[in-house]
Design a protein around this ligand. Structure first.
Ligand SMILES: Nc1ncnc2c1ncn2[C@@H]1O[C@H](COP(=O)(O)OP(=O)(O)OP(=O)(O)O)[C@@H](O)[C@H]1O
Length: 422
């Protein structure tokens, strides 16, 4: 092993590196030119739909499957040049299905993790016992130590196989769906443990189905679909609606996780996209919620005038919408009002939500059609050009609008004033 951790050029050697891996099984191409790099101390998440090739990639990384082409290096050394014992001194893995069918106790099962450190027929010593105890403690299975593994629940067994991998004391951990059977508390604890192990210097590659847990706990993600890498990088770079639509064939809304610097992916029902341009006028949480719904529905959304830093302005920025902002407490200047008015005039509809403010009166007045989101601060406007909706029904209200205006502009102005005065 290249213990210095540095190559000849002074660059750090990745702890695990796969380059251009291709695999065919039963005559079918399963992986095509898959590459990934896990630096020392990193948690890399493998994400992607069922059948994408995550488990197959992990099998190649732990050398239980030889690729047709491509190479894997562990700490700089080609894995195919290592004996199986050497591989298991460097790489520990947990399988996807935890079928521990033999009637071993939890302790005996975790002790199996010490095998790569023992000579043939050599007995475990106190160092081994300490490693087993520590592993059981960290995976929260010490209290089951003397129970047969077959008596444990699926989630408890999953933690036992993690303990077995930890007892192996390898620099690399490969985890296939480590949280699939776990309740949310144990899922979070398990990934917190993986993150803590990484901070202590271990390198982990984990196949994780839950994109939000993956986003929160992985330094980097590799998105696989149809055996190919579709995106790789920091979670924020990888988890984007367009990329996810392509890989999962599903509509998602990507926003931010509360209390964490990580994206939040919300799957959305598979419905036809709303092909409308909408200008949102309003501030606060309700306007932010309205514009998120509209973006998720496929509408082209602009926002404003809105004070910079307002929830609606922040959400618009997150979702890459055109937004007209003014500095907080600065009032609306003529130029900003003019730009927002043009956006409203060019849109199929203006959606008013949350606190609209007097300064936006002319912006609303420029609208061909208005959808008022009923709620605190928004009057239930009634006029031929105005539809009232809730945030929940907003998508259908906008989808149902005609794209061609039917009302002459003079009428619109009158109705607008009526609407504003109530
Ligand atoms: N031995 C095999 N022979 C033929 N096809 C196989 C074999 N093993 C796996 N496959 C196929 O390879 C593809 C990738 O499987 P893999 O288990 O790597 O996907 P995955 O991303 O881990 O999926 P999941 O999220 O459902 O666990 C699947 O279509 C699977 O059916």
């Amino acid at each position: 092993m290249s213990r210095s951790g540095q190559g000849h050029d002074g660059e750090p050697i990745p702890m695990l590196e796969a380059a251009d891996i291709s695999v065919s099984l039963g005559g079918t191409r399963i992986l095509s030119d898959v590459s990934l790099t896990a630096e020392c101390g990193a948690v890399v998440g493998l994400v992607g739909p069922n059948g994408a090739g995550k488990t197959t990639t992990l099998r190649v990384l732990r050398a239980t499957l030889s690729p047709d082409s491509g190479s894997v290096r562990v700490a700089g050394d080609p894995i195919d040049g290592l004996s199986s014992k050497q591989v298991s001194q460097r790489v520990a893995s947990t399988p996807q299905a935890t079928t521990l069918s033999f009637d071993f106790t939890v302790r005996q099962t975790v002790e199996m993790g010490r095998t790569p450190h023992l000579g043939r027929f050599e007995r475990a010593d106190s160092d081994d016992a300490d490693a087993v105890d520590a592993a059981m403690e960290r995976a929260d299975v010490a209290r089951f130590a003397d129970r047969p593994v077959t008596s444990l629940s699926g989630g408890e067994r999953q933690r036992v196989v993690l303990a077995r991998a930890l007892a192996q004391e390898t620099p690399v951990l490969l985890l296939d769906e480590p949280t699939s059977n776990l309740d949310i508390n144990h899922a979070v604890n398990t990934l917190e443990l993986v993150a803590a192990l990484a901070r202590e210097g271990k390198t982990a590659v984990a196949a994780i189905h839950d994109l939000n847990l993956a986003a929160r706990y992985c330094d980097e993600l590799v998105l696989l679909a149809d055996g190919e890498v579709r995106a790789a990088g920091e979670p924020r770079e990888v988890l984007q609606s367009g990329t996810l639509a392509d890989a999962f064939d599903a509509e998602t809304l990507v926003t931010g996780q509360p209390g964490a610097d990580a994206p939040l992916v919300t799957p959305l029902p598979d419905r036809e996209s709303v092909d409308r341009t909408v200008h949102v006028v309003g501030t606060g949480g309700q306007a932010a919620a309205a514009l998120a719904r509209l973006v998720a529905a496929g509408a082209t959304v602009s926002v404003g005038v809105v004070p910079a830093g307002d929830a609606a302005a922040e959400r618009a920025r997150d979702l890459d919408c055109q937004v007209v902002t003014v500095p907080p407490f600065a009032g609306v200047d003529g130029d900003s009002r003019q730009r927002a008015t043009e956006l409203a005039r060019g849109a199929d509809a203006v959606v008013v939500a949350g606190d609209v403010g007097d300064a936006n009166e002319s912006v609303v007045a420029a609208a061909e059609r208005v959808v008022a989101v009923d709620g605190e601060g928004v009057p239930a406007i009634e006029s031929p050009r105005t539809t009232v909706a809730t945030v929940e029904t907003l998508r259908d209200a906008v989808a149902g609008l005609p794209t061609d205006g039917e009302l002459p502009r003079e009428d619109r102005r009158v109705e607008s004033r009526e609407g504003q005065n109530r």
